[in-house]
Design a protein around this ligand. Sequence first.
Ligand code: COA
Length: 323
Amino acid sequence: MQSRIIGTGACVPDDVLTNEAIERLVDTSDEWIVSRTGIRERRRTGGTEASSDLAYKAARYALRDAGVKAGEVDLVLVATTTPDMLLPSTACIVQDRLGLKNVPAFDLSAACTGFIYGLSTADAFIRSGAYGTILLIGVDTLTKFTDYGDRTTCVIFGDGAGAVVVKAIREKRGVIGSMLYADGDKWDYIYVPAGGSRIPSYAADKTTWYLRMKGHDTFKVAVRGLEQAIIGLLERYRVPIEDIDIVIPHQANVRIIEALTRKLGYPPEKVFVNIQKYGNTSAASIPIALDEAVRQGRIKSGDTVLLTAFGSGLTWGASLIKW
Ligand code: COA
């Protein structure tokens, strides 16, 4: 059995937060943000709008695209680090909204690498024969944990969700394989101190409830990690880099993507970039980009597609797909 992505979908909130709007909040400029990150605008959830609201809509689009009824799904997987609440899982909330009964559902936490970890998990479940049709969603609403008084983080993040339907097939195509990595030694490169068991939300204050990030250090580790994941994956599956038709990287910073492309000697025009519109949407960034690439005709049947991401944990990884 192989697993194949048979449908994609995405959803971002309506509210657009432009660089000009951020200029009014902190000491920064559109010129600085664009030249240092590639980001021009991002989307932001408002009020009580939560991750499951975006996840549900992305899931509906992906199911429709796949021509699969919600009732045919036999596992719901949600990659997120910004669940609606501490418990239950956002996957259970999405499962309920889709009207699914008696189908397992769980969240998976690998921050911006969540979609790669999720795809690898879905692929393993399918290869084992345990499940046949898996709904995999990457969703994050990090703007809810962003300090709009901190110029070093508030320009980066946006909210969104992307979903795919992964199906068991008996063909030599689909997910070829994935490589996953983690380095917990660097857990404090990107983290939100409060809201868990160490600093419960009732004990949080303005110094602990927002995301903290060592941006410069993360940048360097990210480029190395992505390169390692891609080279490791291509070696394991004996695929020369020239055979890759498109790379869909996690959209964290356009300079990270450019540095990686240069190191690999890979043609930049074959790398998909949409960070200018959404910023870093964490676990949603790859499935949103994948959905756009498919819709724009950038991915055709038979193409070899490489996905790669890094994020808090630190975690990183890559997946290879024969589309
Ligand atoms: N506007 C203007 N100046 C800013 C700024 C902003 N929004 N943010 C930081 N600066 C300033 C800093 O204060 C610093 O000033 P100083 O030299 O007077 O101290 C200067 O710019 C350089 O800061 P530095 O952190 O070295 O900038 P950078 O080129 O590394 O860019 C990031 C900062 C955050 C954009 C970049 O490091 C990055 O993208 N890192 C990766 C983060 C990431 O991907 N996180 C998510 C992982 S999934």
